[in-house]
Design a protein around this ligand. Structure first.
Ligand code: GLU
Length: 285
């Protein structure tokens, strides 16, 4: 096992959607992925997930990068913007289509009840029907994996989710689709992100398998909730991080991850110097 550990070339990533600046909640995910990459002496990549153009705020990418730098979190390769990769997504989509693994779906939101997609359009559209969205044909079977924070997981994607959308009715590529292509193309071995995406992981593993990619290991860390028990997010107007006090912002995220306060931290570099070995010890890295 020890030799396995040494030969493991870790590539992690932080993949923010530039719909606003980093806030206390997104910092928790950024911190956990950064700590895990540094503890493994691996690479940490930054990917700007600006695929959802209507939700993208101009300049938020630059703000996030400035915030990460100010927090002492340095990425190891030039960042990747999803908006620059549209040709790649189209190519993969065409490949799946040629393999008959995707199909056009004419169902409107009103026709769908909200449970698993019943496969209404999976045998083709009637004459005169127009494809609105495109769905992946999900193979039968239960997806099982062990999440490094949440433990063993299983989901029968075909039964519980059904054929899911990879190209949306508004013409945009779905997050579930592009994230898998990006992680595979960037050689990501380890995904560390917020708990809200645990439920997406089985779908992403199905896609990775169909694309012949190795599914990354995952760790889904607890979310920071507001007083109403809601995920802190840009949508519910979480305040941006306080630039003036980077150490305090780091300490807050660190505490949320369940660690005791570090003694005498006066700079961001001191914070990381102390935090990384503690993370490594906790996860036996
Ligand atoms: N872009 C996603 C978000 O900001 C994260 C995607 C991921 O880590 O897989 O919620």
């Amino acid at each position: 096992m020890a030799s396995d550990k040494r030969s493991y070339h870790y590539i992690g990533r932080f993949a923010p959607s530039p719909s606003g600046p980093l806030h206390d909640g997104s910092l928790v995910a950024a911190m956990a992925s950064y700590l895990d990459a540094r503890a493994h002496k691996g690479q940490w990549l930054l990917r700007i997930e600006d695929i959802d153009a209507p939700r993208t705020i101009a300049g938020a990418d630059k703000t996030i990068m400035a915030q990460l730098s100010c927090l002492g979190m340095q990425w190891d390769a030039p960042p990747v913007w999803q908006s620059h990769r549209l040709d790649r997504y189209r190519t993969v989509f065409e490949q799946l289509k040629a393999r008959q693994l995707v199909y056009g779906c004419a169902c409107t939101r009103r026709q769908l009840t909200g449970g698993a997609y019943p496969g209404t359009c999976s045998r083709g559209l009637a004459a005169g029907q127009q494809a609105r969205a495109w769905r992946l044909r999900v193979p039968a079977g239960v997806v099982r994996f062990v999440d490094l924070w949440q433990g063993p997981q299983s989901q029968d994607v075909a039964a519980e989710v059904g054929d899911f959308i990879i190209k949306r009715a508004d013409g945009l590529w779905a997050y579930q689709f592009v994230v898998v292509i990006d992680d595979a193309d960037q050689g990501v071995t380890d995904i560390v992100r917020g708990m809200d995406l645990l439920n997406s992981t089985a779908r992403q593993r199905v896609l990775a398998q169909l694309l012949g990619a190795r599914a990354p290991r995952t760790m889904h860390v607890p979310l920071l909730l507001d007083e109403a028990g809601q995920k802190l997010s840009k949508q519910n107007h979480a305040p941006p991080l306080d630039h003036g006090n980077a150490v305090a912002a780091l300490e807050k995220a660190w505490k949320h991850l369940g660690f005791p306060l570090l003694p005498r931290i006066e700079s961001v570099s001191e914070f990381w110097a102390q935090a990384v070995p503690r993370w490594a010890a906790r996860f036996n890295i």
